[in-house]
Design a binder for this molecule. Structure first.
Ligand SMILES: Cc1cc2nc3c(=O)[nH]c(=O)nc-3n(C[C@H](O)[C@H](O)[C@H](O)COP(=O)(O)O)c2cc1C
Length: 185
């Protein structure tokens, strides 16, 4: 039997009705057989502060680090806030990156999909996230790039994914399955 890789999915929006969360859940449904996607929550992480970290960090920091640290790969599904990465997502990245030398992100094969009702699909957030990956040593899937614009109509009122968006998400997650496989060999 081939390997199944656990993918920690980090969603950059905290909204209950988040389109990004819906996309993350849709990707979990569409994922190829070698990927098991699970959302790791970031909404209860205190703002990163070295003064409260160290020997006895907040429980939320420890839980988050354990969940990401024990995963095989990391997938980011994020909106764009003011042409950049939403603060809760950047905070989660910072929490996972410490203590220094014990980053949970290191060498985990990653990918980004940015999702926005706007026309340019969160391009700024997508690119800024990749900048952090360089320092975090996250090998990131380069192609296909995934900017889902006009996402206000990606799901109907019942929460069903539009048939016109489905192939785009399917090809993205299939490519990521291959990318993870290559990196884990
Ligand atoms: C503080 C803030 C800043 C935003 N900045 C941008 C932006 O720069 N580009 C963009 O396309 N949308 C921007 N938006 C709109 C978001 O794309 C939109 O709220 C989106 O639905 C958020 O994703 P969600 O549905 O997963 O919460 C912004 C929204 C907020 C609340």
């Amino acid at each position: 039997m081939s390997n199944v890789y656990n993918v920690a999915v980090v969603v950059g929006s905290l909204r209950k009705a988040s389109i990004n969360r819906k996309v993350a859940l849709a990707l979990a449904e569409l994922a190829p057989a070698n990927l098991k996607l699970e959302i790791v929550e970031i909404g209860d992480l205190p703002l990163y502060n070295e003064d409260i970290d160290g020997d006895s960090p907040p429980a939320a920091y420890s839980t988050f680090r354990e969940k990401v640290g024990s995963s095989d790969a990391v997938l980011f599904v994020t909106p764009e806030y003011n042409r950049s990465v939403p603060a809760p997502l950047k905070n989660a990245i910072d929490v996972g990156s410490r203590p220094y030398g014990k980053s949970v992100w290191s060498r985990k094969p990653g990918a980004v999909i940015s999702v926005s009702p706007g026309a340019i699909g969160g391009f700024g957030a997508n690119q800024h996230l990749r900048q952090s990956f360089v320092f975090l040593d996250v090998p990131c899937m380069q192609q296909p790039e995934a900017y889902l614009g006009g996402a206000g109509s990606a799901f109907d009122e019942a929460g069903k994914l539009s048939e016109s968006v489905k192939p785009f998400l399917q090809s993205f997650i299939n490519a990521y399955g291959q990318f993870v496989e290559q990196h884990k060999k």
